[in-house]
Design a protein around this ligand. Sequence first.
Ligand SMILES: Cc1cc2nc3c(=O)[nH]c(=O)nc-3n(C[C@H](O)[C@H](O)[C@H](O)COP(=O)(O)OP(=O)(O)OC[C@H]3O[C@@H](n4cnc5c(N)ncnc54)[C@H](O)[C@@H]3O)c2cc1C
Length: 468
Amino acid sequence: MSLFIDHLAAIVGSQNCLTSQGDLAPYLVEERGLYHGSCRAVVKPGSTSEVAKVVALCAEAGESIVPQGGRTGLCGGAVSEMGQVVLNLSRLNRIRSIDAIDYSMVCEAGVILATAQEAALQIDRLFPLSLAAEGSCQIGGVISTNAGGVNVLRYGNARDLVLGVEVVLADGQVWNGLKSLRKDNTGYDLKQLFIGGEGTLGIITAATLKLFPRPREVETAFCAIPHPQAAVELLAIARAATGDAVSAFELLPRIGLEFVCRHIPGCSDPLSAPSPWYVLIELTSAREGGELRAALEIMLEKALELGLVTDAVLASSKEQRSALWRLRESLPEAQKFEGGSIKHDVSVSVSKVPEFLERATKVVLAALPGVRPVPFGHIGDGNIHFNLTQPVGTDKAEYLEEWERMNRIVHDIIADLGGSFSAEHGIGQLKLGEMEHYKSPLELDLMRKIKRALDPKSLMNPGKVVRL
Ligand SMILES: Cc1cc2nc3c(=O)[nH]c(=O)nc-3n(C[C@H](O)[C@H](O)[C@H](O)COP(=O)(O)OP(=O)(O)OC[C@H]3O[C@@H](n4cnc5c(N)ncnc54)[C@H](O)[C@@H]3O)c2cc1C
């Protein structure tokens, strides 16, 4: 055991400084199995001051740090390499304060997202960030990745939901930026550097989060639509007809529904006839009185007349609502049963989604005959998970070797349409190459300058987001 490890253990307690291979193993696993980590130690501090002491010690010793939340990130950002120190935030799990009048709460980094949502509901408020990994991902992780999820359309992504942050900087100083101000026009908005920074500029130890009125009415509909153009037109109509009450608007292709019904127990097609595409619409309102249901029914009638919707089912209970959401949220899991999947987390402006889907589908089918495109996701934000399932009967490993070639084909179309090659999952290590290919040299240069200014020894999650 080295002196450095002894010092780490003295800060966090020996039971929270893990070094044996058996103890380290769970912290090295990555969500998609694309990477396998290695590290020197996993430390689990229990307070901001312990985080600060660990970071100061690492800075002095020149040891690099990989911050880690719930390890649900999809770009390998929390995966460490040999010799690195993993700084796991899960013990910083207190909700420090919650204020119904200010519509805000202060959560430590290790608070599980679902716990934060529940705490808000307890005081009749809503913390709207919601995604399928909410039972495992942590507040520090969702802020560091600027996570999106299913309610971005109405409430914005993590960046829009943070009023302040507390950060341990690369030299171990603590910046207390935990303000809960709605207005603060005092120069550079420093918190924005750490939101979406993926742990490369500092370690978020706590954040002040925005809350909203708790919805009193929720209406959910699963609609069959003829094509993606109908989806974007339907969204425009739904927003206007419901007074912008649309909080989620998700796209699902027929093949996706088939995968879910085939592989996820308890899932079945809720409509009587197959349709090439579907959208899951959710409306929410903080008012009671049944107006939302009426607005949804009127809007769907109009959409049926216009041919934008061919059939629809409306949830009439909490259980039915969950069953409809399961069709959408189980899709990534269901895809795993069909073999390898080459993923794209892309965005274009909403009106360009149909053109993107048409062009990208045509080109990938020509490049790799038999490949099965499964485009789904947050079409209301222009964000599509353009996932490509391997052709039937082919070898998974061989198929996955096509990853970079297919990425280039799809991302070139995205670039041509003025879109983003990473809409909500971030960069991590997975998309470093795409970053260098598609970001302008000027933007990369600015990012490197920021990185060097805040982390001159490059010890904070090096090799992620931007290569120096
Ligand atoms: C089933 C599933 C569904 C998902 N759906 C969505 C979705 O709809 N939208 C979406 O945006 N994402 C989604 N994700 C991705 C993932 O859940 C998010 O990226 C999430 O925000 C990661 O949080 P985490 O706590 O697991 O972070 P980790 O995976 O542990 O870390 C992610 C990154 O943040 C850094 N980090 C973690 N904590 C801190 C901290 N306290 N300070 C500084 N840096 C830190 C890590 O170093 C790493 O770079 C999904 C993932 C899964 C598995």
